[in-house]
Design a protein around this ligand. Structure first.
Ligand SMILES: *[C@@H]1O[C@H](CO)[C@@H](O)[C@H](O)[C@H]1NC(C)=O
Length: 147
């Protein structure tokens, strides 16, 4: 019994350290402003505000074709989710820039581009950008798009 318990423990430690190694690798998120035109106005500057449950990365103005970058260590035990509000003129939308459960096998360097109609994430498998629908973070009563 002692032998069995000790080996189960070893297996768990082994499994946990593999998970930990995987999860502890730093993830980078790069977001490029590709708002070349919006309602007749060229080269629109956007305001980005990204946060997770634990980290508020603050409000940043990103001119056309410039990048905003952040990096973090995903949680070993919990999901890690970063959501970003993006604002220009009167418009405010949001997207989930990183969700460990969704993205951990998709990217270590997660590339996004912001266009008027969508935020698009680079898909390393298909080598094209996927454009999920805008989220509703801006409408959420809990967190305002203060960007
Ligand atoms: C918009 O940006 C492009 C690329 O940087 C630049 O060549 C162009 O002159 C800019 N247009 C205006 C109206 O600022």
């Amino acid at each position: 019994m002692a032998w069995f318990a000790r080996n189960i423990l070893l297996l768990c430690l082994l499994a946990f350290s593999v998970t930990a190694c995987d999860a502890l690798a730093r993830v980078r998120v790069l977001i490029t402003n590709e708002m070349s035109e919006y309602q007749g106005r060229p080269n629109v500057t956007i305001t980005l505000h990204c946060r997770s449950r634990d980290d508020d990365l603050g409000v940043h103005q990103i001119p056309y074709l410039e990048k905003y970058e952040f990096s973090f260590h995903p949680s070993v035990v919990k999901n890690t989710v970063f959501e970003c509000g993006v604002k220009w003129d009167g418009d405010c939308h949001s997207f989930v820039a990183y969700n460990k459960n969704r993205d951990r096998h998709k990217c270590r360097v997660c590339l996004w581009k912001i266009k008027p109609e969508a935020a698009c994430m680079y898909n390393y498998g298909t080598k094209t950008y996927d454009c999920p629908e805008w989220g509703d973070w801006c409408q959420s009563s809990k967190v305002k798009c203060i960007a």
